[in-house]
Design a protein around this ligand. Structure first.
Ligand code: URA
Length: 207
């Protein structure tokens, strides 16, 4: 084959190779027992979404809660309902091009994100870093201060929300965590929800 056609062939298969690599990572993650976090949860919570096409968007939350721990998928509880509503409004979820994931893969005891940062750092070096590398998403959405800190190395979601930043060469949008939005709505603040939907609609260009 000419140089040209082999380049084309490589281009065609490299997307599929990425997906195979990501599937392998998620399969290994499922049986991870590398730290004490696994002892306090029912199962490792891997990802949600379809790995049948190159994903455009990787969404990163904090850690699984009780609902996620039971079902094995991220964002299936109240936070997930709000997140999926916001994504549906931008048409993003209709395209099967989104992977939803978390910084930590095991539900922390009492739903409290571990104070010892080394726990999340260790988990990230084992999993989320590799996921990001394998998936090579076009965009990332970071939900709240936890992924903002661990993935982007930044602090203060209220300052950087709705501002595109570059993380590992990927255009990344930090926004509120849905649990914050739910808390504010329960306190009667509907504006926060409105604003968070505006942030998410920044992603419309992907849909
Ligand atoms: N559910 C998740 O999977 N992650 C969060 O950060 C919150 C709820």
């Amino acid at each position: 084959p000419s140089q040209r056609s082999s380049d084309l062939t490589f281009g065609l298969y490299s997307g599929a190779m990425k997906i195979v690599e990501a599937q392998k990572i998620y399969a290994e993650m499922k049986s991870c027992n590398a730290c004490i976090m696994r002892q306090g949860c029912t199962q490792v919570v891997t990802y949600d979404g379809m790995l049948d096409d190159t994903p455009l968007l990787l969404i990163v939350g904090e850690a699984p809660g009780a609902d996620e721990d039971r079902e094995g998928r991220p964002f299936v509880g109240d936070c997930g309902i709000l997140l999926r509503q916001a994504l549906r409004a931008t048409q993003i979820l209709k395209k099967n091009n989104t992977i939803i994931s978390n910084t930590l893969k095991c539900r922390p005891p009492n739903n409290k994100f571990p104070q010892d940062k080394n726990i999340a750092r260790f988990c990230m070096s084992k999993w989320l870093d590799k996921e990001i590398e394998a998936i090579e998403p076009k965009r990332m959405l970071l939900l709240g201060n936890i992924p903002l800190g661990f993935v982007a190395g930044l602090a203060g979601i209220t300052k950087v929300k709705n501002t595109w930043i570059t993380v590992k060469g990927i255009r990344t949008l930090p926004t509120y965590h849905p649990s914050y939005v739910i808390r504010r709505m329960n306190e009667g603040d509907m504006e926060t929800r409105q604003r968070s939907e505006e942030h998410t609609s920044e992603l419309q260009s992907l849909a």
